[in-house]
Design a protein around this ligand. Structure first.
Ligand SMILES: Nc1ncnc2c1ncn2[C@@H]1O[C@H](COP(=O)(O)OP(=O)(O)OP(=O)(O)O)[C@@H](O)[C@H]1O
Ligand SMILES: [Mg+2]
Length: 475
């Protein structure tokens, strides 16, 4: 086999195993540098290949380079956690293994394989830091003024109030009235509804139109973060609690005086559900690894998206916690059970997206409305909103959307990609498959309002994997 063949094999192996890979020859010249490494370090493959290592990474001190250590001292580095700056100055964290490649006693090359753990390492820290920053950055005074923006987009976070919630069906009015009542007191609320029914909207409205509106509103999806990090995330960590732990306040402390939304609370490990119950009863928390009880005053709103009985029966939700959380229970009906709300919602979304896209769509035709009414909306209001958003964004000068402008159902079934466009003459299979992958991920992300965790679940892939693809495709 030629050298090139070996390189191809190595590259394929790295792709299958999912690592970023960098190989230098005995002179420190880069002979292999794969796309994943390029994505990680923000260096073009073509800029790295054939260049001396020292030239590309002039900022890394020689003694810290694991590749050079492998070449010079035949010294392997295995599973070492490293943090360094990539070409854009962004800090990245990797688990790095570097080995010298020795043939007949001589070092002929060195190979580095890195796994990006930036997301995992930073996830809980970043969320905690961001949330505390966000809250301090908010201008409370503005809240009371007449001109408060209905949906403040400060720092990208929307704030919802009850008057943002549209719907007049009897079933919906009932749950809305209960939610309004709940906003006037301070008890825990358990919201149950399928995806996209407006649980977050309700939770925020209860907070921002309620007694605690001056306090922080924080939200955590319990399914979105690895179980091992969730406890520290909620209750904080104390120095020395476990290796590398820092003193850090958790969400309970950060939400003090305000509201904490625990989304998909049934995804919380069973043991942790017990701890949560204790915190709710005793009103103090203890940081992970700490020995001090810290009093907290937080209103909890929790959500589930499957029937409570089912969750309890399957051992996913503790019965005692369920009773403690569900002092007030709100059951938001799916859109298919209150279709009379569709025209009202359509009107709301037309207004919203006319504004956003600077269009003049006044209404939808009768046929278009029938099409909208006939559909069952597994993605509920979020899905309806995306349909209208798509139609308005594509409108030219027309004032009335017709049946043909309404494209419905596709993104939820992963349909409408078609494979008719592939001809081996003008594109490689791999490129073509990437195109399809990009399209499907893009569609599902849109359908989920950019929610990465939900999209990963819908597509049956790991969240980190999805995040990598999102970066790769620039979505
Ligand atoms: N009654 C409503 N009136 C207007 N817009 C709504 C209503 N309900 C939901 N929406 C819109 O639908 C989208 C989804 O709502 P939300 O995020 O509250 O759903 P959710 O129940 O929390 O979903 P998930 O379970 O996937 O987290 C949002 O963009 C929101 O603006
Ligand atoms: Mg939600």
């Amino acid at each position: 086999m030629r050298v090139k063949d070996y390189q191809a094999i190595l590259k394929a192996a790295a792709e299958v195993l999912g690592g970023a890979i960098h190989v230098v020859d005995a002179d420190g010249i880069t002979i292999l540098y794969n796309e994943e490494m390029a994505t990680l370090e923000k260096i073009n493959v073509s800029d790295a290949l054939g260049k001396p290592f020292r030239e590309i990474f002039s900022s890394i001190p020689e003694e810290e380079s694991t590749l050079l250590a492998a070449l010079r001292y035949k010294k392997p580095t295995l599973n070492q956690e490293q943090t360094y700056l990539n070409a854009y100055g962004k800090e990245i964290a990797v688990i790095n293994s570097t080995v010298p490649i020795i043939v007949d006693g001589k070092v002929v090359a060195a190979m580095e394989v890195a796994k990006d753990i930036t997301d995992i390492k930073n996830m809980s820290d970043t969320i905690l830091d961001l949330q505390s920053d966000l809250f301090t950055a908010e201008d409370d005074a503005q809240e009371d003024s007449e001109q408060r923006p209905r949906r403040s987009k400060k720092a990208g976070i929307k704030k919802y109030h009850f008057d943002d919630i549209a719907g007049k069906s009897i079933a919906f009015e009932e749950v809305l009235a209960r939610a309004k009542k709940a906003s006037r007191n301070d008890v825990t609320v358990l919201i149950n509804g399928e995806t996209g029914t407006g649980k977050e909207l309700f939770a925020q409205s209860i907070h921002y139109d309620g007694l605690r509106k001056k306090g922080p509103f924080l939200a955590q999806n319990c399914a979105a973060i690895p179980e091992s990090l969730l406890e520290g995330m909620l209750f904080g960590t104390a120095k020395g609690g476990f290796t590398g732990a820092e003193d850090r306040a958790g969400l309970f402390e950060q939400a003090n005086g305000g509201t904490l939304l625990l989304d998909e609370v049934s995804a919380m490990p069973y043991g942790l559900q017990g701890k949560l119950l204790r915190v709710l009863q005793e009103e103090y928390i203890r940081r992970v690894g700490g020995d001090r009880d810290i009093p907290v005053d937080v209103r909890i709103i929790a959500t589930i998206n499957e029937p409570a009985e089912k969750l309890i029966e399957e051992g996913r939700l503790r019965k005692d916690l369920y009773f403690r959380l569900g002092i007030v229970r709100l059951q938001i009906p799916p859109l298919r059970d209150r279709k009379s709300d569709i025209p009202i919602l359509v009107d709301e979304f037309l207004k919203k997206y006319n504004d956003r896209f600077d269009k003049q769509v006044w209404m939808v035709s009768d046929k278009a409305m029938s099409k909208l009414m006939d559909y069952d909306y597994p993605g509920n209001i979020r899905e309806l909103e995306n349909v209208i958003m798509g139609a308005v964004s594509m409108a030219d000068d027309e004032h009335v959307l017709t049946e043909d402008d309404i494209s419905i159902g596709g993104s939820y079934k992963g349909a409408n990609t078609g494979i008719a466009g592939f001809t081996s003459g003008n594109s490689k299979l791999a490129d073509y498959l990437e195109d399809i992958e990009k399209t499907l991920i893009g569609q599902q992300l849109m359908a989920n309002d950019g929610n990465v965790s939900q999209t990963a679940r819908d597509l049956g892939m790991l969240r980190q994997n999805l995040q990598h693809k999102i970066r790769k495709y620039g979505l």
